[in-house]
Design a protein around this ligand. Sequence first.
Ligand SMILES: NC(=O)C1=CN([C@@H]2O[C@H](COP(=O)(O)OP(=O)(O)OC[C@H]3O[C@@H](n4cnc5c(N)ncnc54)[C@H](OP(=O)(O)O)[C@@H]3O)[C@@H](O)[C@H]2O)C=CC1
Ligand SMILES: N[C@@H](CC=O)C(=O)O
Ligand code: NA
Length: 360
Amino acid sequence: MPASKLYLAVIGVGGVGAAFLSQLAHLPASLRPTLIFVSRSSKQLYTPSYDAVSASDLNSSTSKLLSIPDLTSYLSSAPGKAILVDNTSNQDVANAYPSFLRKGISVVTPNKKAFSSNLQLWTDIFDAVESSDGQALIYHESSVGAGLPVISTLKDLVATGDQVTRIEGVFSGTMSFLFNSFAPADGSGKGKWSEIVAQAKEAGYTEPDPRDDLNGMDVARKLTILARLAGLKVQGPESFPVQSLIPKELESAKSSDEFMQRLPEFDGEMEAYKDEAAKAGKVVRYVGSVDVGAGKVKVGLETVDQGTPIASLRGSDNLICFYTKRYGANPLVIQGAGAGGEVTAMGVTADLIKAVERLR
Ligand SMILES: NC(=O)C1=CN([C@@H]2O[C@H](COP(=O)(O)OP(=O)(O)OC[C@H]3O[C@@H](n4cnc5c(N)ncnc54)[C@H](OP(=O)(O)O)[C@@H]3O)[C@@H](O)[C@H]2O)C=CC1
Ligand SMILES: N[C@@H](CC=O)C(=O)O
Ligand code: NA
């Protein structure tokens, strides 16, 4: 069946969404579903008769705004199977995945919220997929490690009967970029912490609100997802220790803009961490781990020896080590850019291709 019999809805056209739409445009027609709905926070574009739409017309659209239940009905009544790509970090959209899936609408997303919030939402999502008999699929590779094959690798390890004992490494492109720039292993770090945070935001590495990276929650969400896939019933990202890098005085900042404006006042705090590690001949890095056997997850700063793989990372690289029974003492290691619009969209587009190949 040609992919044109499949229909596509895209929510979110920011850094990842725009890169996804551009990658979509370059797919062969046989893998490209018909785009019938595209939206951003205040605009939607679709036609009641399911005509193909062009994302470039979104900003001038006068389409009536559909609520999430209306969108679910719209997509489930399409004259072919529909796939929804959620490129937002919105919790309400994430909460609706079970209802989309129960109506036979497949979901592809880099949004971590659905897989790392309460355990019931996770159960509802995978129950809906299970009971759809292959008609409704879910793919979320870019929810951990952006386009790096982290979710697929972990699923393959588990599905083939390996026993994952520990997962550890650097799981945030933003944190990696911040520490690799601020405190590189060769000691050449230039720039103030707050300036480098602004650069990470500008490069599209941060969450829509960079406080979601700096408070450790983004890494905690990723570890929640990996821990659950490895078999742990983790209740959520607040159920284990997470070190926040938000200065106490800025916890009450009313907006992301206010936070960014006031951050320079606290550059000294991060300098102190850096200097203390340097005195011991080490560098400071933001790391996380899941000890599957002990059922423990933790996220925070650690001082690591110079010359180690974690200390030597560059740019926004993630480094994810899977320790398993089969792999023994030498872990299966995945490394590469862990944030940025294009690499994240690559994971989303590759997931879309998988969904199309299974549904057509
Ligand atoms: N950036 C990265 O490196 C990575 C991002 N991700 C995930 O990808 C997702 C997108 O990130 P990113 O593109 O950087 O974020 P952006 O802030 O650049 O884009 C978010 C988009 O979502 C839209 N949006 C937000 N809420 C809604 C809503 N309720 N309905 C419709 N549209 C909405 C925004 O609309 P508007 O344009 O009107 O503001 C915007 O277009 C997030 O979940 C993030 O965690 C995952 C891995 C890496
Ligand atoms: N903000 C996140 C984006 C990818 O998940 C990060 O920096 O890793
Ligand atoms: Na990934």
